[in-house]
Ligand binder design. Structure first.
Ligand code: ZN
Length: 331
């Protein structure tokens, strides 16, 4: 019997649902980034973060049929002890603010009646530029240079694609600690070192404000994913405060309603949030914040550092992972 068939039989038997009841109520937050008809076409910018439209549709169908999609507000009220939730509740979230969230993901969510949460990198929407990891990745992967010296003057070969990815990851360790103009200066410097033309306005990669407002009108929630996508645990307090506050203000100006949900970017370095950032986010007025730490959210968890699950790239895989997670295994 194949492994997949065994998994299917275990799920269908209901044994995992019985196990889930013993674990108490937990909520699964899924962390998506991008949905694409052809994810391979974005390898030089987004890498492997896109789900194919076909798989995403299949995964949403499973969630609508076998689980219970809820809003982030439902989750917040549950954590406050003010709302009960259906069994096996799921929140679908998107990070970064790519245009495909509006064009491809949102219509599928609406088709299945699933409310999404879209965390937008505000400066990237303003400037119509992808978040810095995509800019850096593009520079390293398309450069014709044979080597690169990092800020510590260590030399990195750019001979093969693997070399280029290693150098990109090294550069990301430096860039993740930068916010605002030091970050854009660092990127400009790398584009010059690698003899790449700056990525000018790659149209349609990021959502416009009109599209972000369209998500709200369709019944979804929009939250902040910072201004410039730094690692919030590795920037100074002033920078962290600005990233939390400016993005909140800008979203509220653009959307005409309070922006109270936040998502921590998780580039390059660990950790990507700290107790100090949790305190700061509370002081600035956020109600919830999601991280990239895995596992279910439980009733006693802090709303300002919520766990999320990275969905696999297969429909059956997600069904299995969710069933096991609700039964008590950390994915
Ligand atoms: Zn991000």
């Amino acid at each position: 019997m194949s492994k997949d068939l065994v998994k299917k039989l275990v799920i269908d038997s209901g044994a995992l649902r019985v196990a889930a009841r013993w674990q108490g109520k937990g909520v699964a937050l899924l962390m998506y980034h991008s949905v694409s008809d052809n994810p391979n076409s974005q390898q030089d910018t987004l890498g492997g973060i896109a789900h194919s439209t076909l798989v995403f549709r299949g995964q949403m169908e499973v969630i609508a049929r076998e689980f219970n999609p809820i809003t982030i507000e439902d989750l917040f009220l549950f954590l406050k002890g003010q709302r009960d939730l259906p069994s096996r509740p799921v929140v679908v979230t998107f990070d970064d603010g790519y245009a495909d969230n509006y064009h491809l993901a949102s219509p599928i969510l609406e088709q299945f009646g699933i409310p999404g949460v879209f965390y937008v990198t505000v400066d990237c929407v303003e400037r119509q530029m992808p978040p810095w990891p995509a800019q850096l990745r593009f520079a390293f992967l398309t450069s014709g240079k044979t080597g690169w010296a990092d800020p510590d003057q260590r030399r990195w070969s750019l001979a093969t694609r693997e070399d280029k990815i290693r150098a990109f990851e090294r550069a990301s360790e430096f860039c993740g600690k930068l916010s605002g103009s030091p970050q854009s200066d660092f990127i400009a410097h790398i584009y010059s070192d690698l003899a790449i033309e700056p990525v000018r306005n790659r149209p349609s990669l990021m959502m416009s404000w009109d599209q972000v407002r369209g998500l709200l009108r369709a019944g979804h929630t929009v939250g902040s994913h910072t201004m410039t996508h730094p690692n919030m645990a590795h920037v100074g307090e002033q920078d962290a405060r600005r990233e939390f506050l400016e993005s909140k203000r800008c979203l509220e100006r653009q959307l005409g309603e309070p922006a109270v949900h936040f998502s921590y970017p998780c580039p390059a370095l660990q950790p990507h949030w700290r107790e100090a950032t949790v305190r700061l986010s509370r002081e600035i007025g956020y109600k919830t914040a999601v991280t990239a730490n895995g596992g279910l959210v439980r009733a006693h968890h802090e709303p300002l550092c919520l766990r999320r699950i990275r969905p696999t790239k297969q429909v059956a895989g997600l069904r299995w992972n969710l069933a096991c997670t609700f039964a008590g295994r950390v994915v």
